[in-house]
Design a protein around this ligand. Sequence first.
Ligand code: ADP
Length: 755
Amino acid sequence: MASENVQVLFPVNVPVAFDYACPPQMRVQLGEFVFAPIGKQVKLGVVTGFVENDNTRSLKEIISVKATRALSLDMLQFIDWTARYNCVSAGLVLRMVMSSYKALDPSPMVTQFRLADIFRENLQDQSSKDKSVQVQAIEGLIKAQKLTPSRLLILDKGGPFPARASEIAQRAGVSAGVVRGFEKIGGLIAETLPVDAPFDVPNLNLTGLNLSDSQRRAAENLRLQVAKHDFNVSLLDGVTGSGKTEVYFEAVAEALKLSENPDGKLGEMSGGQALVLVPEIALTQAGMARFAKRFGVEPAPWHSGLGEAARRRVWREVQNGRARLVVGARSALYLPFPNLRLIVVDEEHDTSYKQEEGVIYNARDMAVVRAMIAKHSVILASATPSLESLVNARNGRYAHIILPERPGAITLPEIDLVDLKDHKPAKGDFLSDPLIKATQAVLAKGEQAMLYLNRRGYAPLIICQNCGEKLKSPDTDSWLVEHRATGRAVCHMTGFSMRMPTMCPNCKTEDSLTAIGPGVERVAEEAARHFPNARIEILSSDTAGGAEALRARMSRMERGEIDILIGTQMVVKGHNFPHLTFVGVVDGDLSLVGGDPRAGERTYQTLVQVAGRAGRADKPGRALIQTHQPEHEALAALAAGDREMFISAELAIREMLGLPPFGKLAAVILSGPDYKKTENLAKKFVSLAPRADGIEIHGPSEPPIGRLRGLFRRRILVQAETGVNLSQYMKNWRSRAKVPAKYKLHIDIDPQSFL
Ligand code: ADP
């Protein structure tokens, strides 16, 4: 009798699913997790299809079905789409999806303690300051001799409850025995609870801020889009500080509210899920707190810094539909939401949505794909939308929702250029007179200034004054950067670092190494000279103490405890500093260099965003940009406050050159341990390119980073007309080539980095 064979995809680097026979008594469904033999091992994979058993092959059998919820059909399709579009194997995409194996099992259980009702009622909603007063008041409620000082400590400091005995004991500074003793007399109640606590359900009765008229119209538009229960994309295009977050909150509320699937089936998930993607460094406590305030509960967080326990908790709760609101970095897009109704991509222009390693994908573009498959809404939000999204909005493919102003009487900062040819900083300095004077003026008013320079460390180049040697990373084509705060020379490409040498490694001259150019540490040193009484701090990814210290520094800036903040791109994203009224850009030309066709766009976006930090509360803001190229279209448009001028100039160039969004790009990066062989391999690969209309191949060429971590690199750029299926073309091409062991060939569809 003909039966069906089962196709199983494994989370490993294989492009296709393997066929298995299904034992007679076993029932398997699409999307289920199953154990099956692969080679000598037994591995967990996912059922992706069924094929007719023609009895011509003897197949191995599936061993067992894992008792857990299956992946949805949408998710299977999304895995397949991601793999095909980005020219990677489906197995690797599945590996990205299966980011926590432990999440497939139920949460472990543990004994936890909560306060007896009598205390809970009395302590509820009291700030810790009032708690001891409350505790005194309830002393009468329990026999005095039983409420010993250590038990009082449990009431006062042991929470939040429920918690494990050890956690309560640690917070209260008592022994675990005291906790158990308190339970014996009924002060604490023991319960067996899941270690991975479920997420609280968002409170949809709460409302947001009072929106301005234009905000309300935008919010209503977005809400209606979500309520369509169908695929649609909106570009929320609002100037910095216009309240985009407040506006998309209303769409999120609508998505969470939906209680039925479009087909009317009501599963055990009784509400919609929403995902808000943000750039990883914008995932701050202050940002999360805004969600908590609006929806009454902490959203489920997802980012690369989550520990194993937090990861499995979020994954499991997302998959069973109980984590309703997730705020996360790009990889949150690959969480197995069964009932997703909305994805918001905040700061959609941000380059950090592109994953550059492993599965190379752009989360912004894949968010649109996911929504298309699962038939729901996407909101792309930005003050400086990518040209791709703008063109889609202008030709009607996306709804274009515009917020032209900041709410109330708050105005956008005025932006001026400082031509460094006319205003040369003093010898060895980097701040020009106009920048210094403007900073002085805001400090005199008791307001804050920010100096922006996207260069970590003290100086980007270390050179020997005697022989001209430049200090280079040992295995990578990248200069070592002096970090004076830590006394080290650091490679920013690979993280390699060494103690800052005192003599030149080439000519061995002592004290001959000199720092060339500015980094944030050096600008801070200079600022301390110009503004001796100011409280100056640096904000960069090198800030000692990690994420915690960074957050503390941002909070100090918010509270006005810093006068001048000197920052790298860390300061650009989504922060609100109410007392900041002046932004000085030390080097407006920095991102204009290099072979990136989007360099002008990136510069424009970054400078609008950084200037947009100024004047976000009631005081007007101002920005000055130091530049050698005031005539450059991106800078001229900034100074004129005329975005359209920049966009139309940039679009005209892109159209003429057939660059995105008027054409498609793909990059091929070949790398290997031998310089010549890598070059030959790249040439050979080009010679294998299938003939096709509308395709142009450039290269191979040596990229700016010709060697990375000891491997030599070559790049090929492929340019295609918009009608070409570039992914399919690249796949065909790739299948013609054999890549020897130790050599690698990566395909990058729509590259964002050209290094
Ligand atoms: P964007 O995301 O567009 O930069 P945000 O949503 O972060 O803007 O809003 C900027 C600031 O303005 C925030 O502090 C926000 O709370 C405040 N804000 C926005 N809209 C309103 C409003 N209608 N009333 C009061 N404050 C508002």
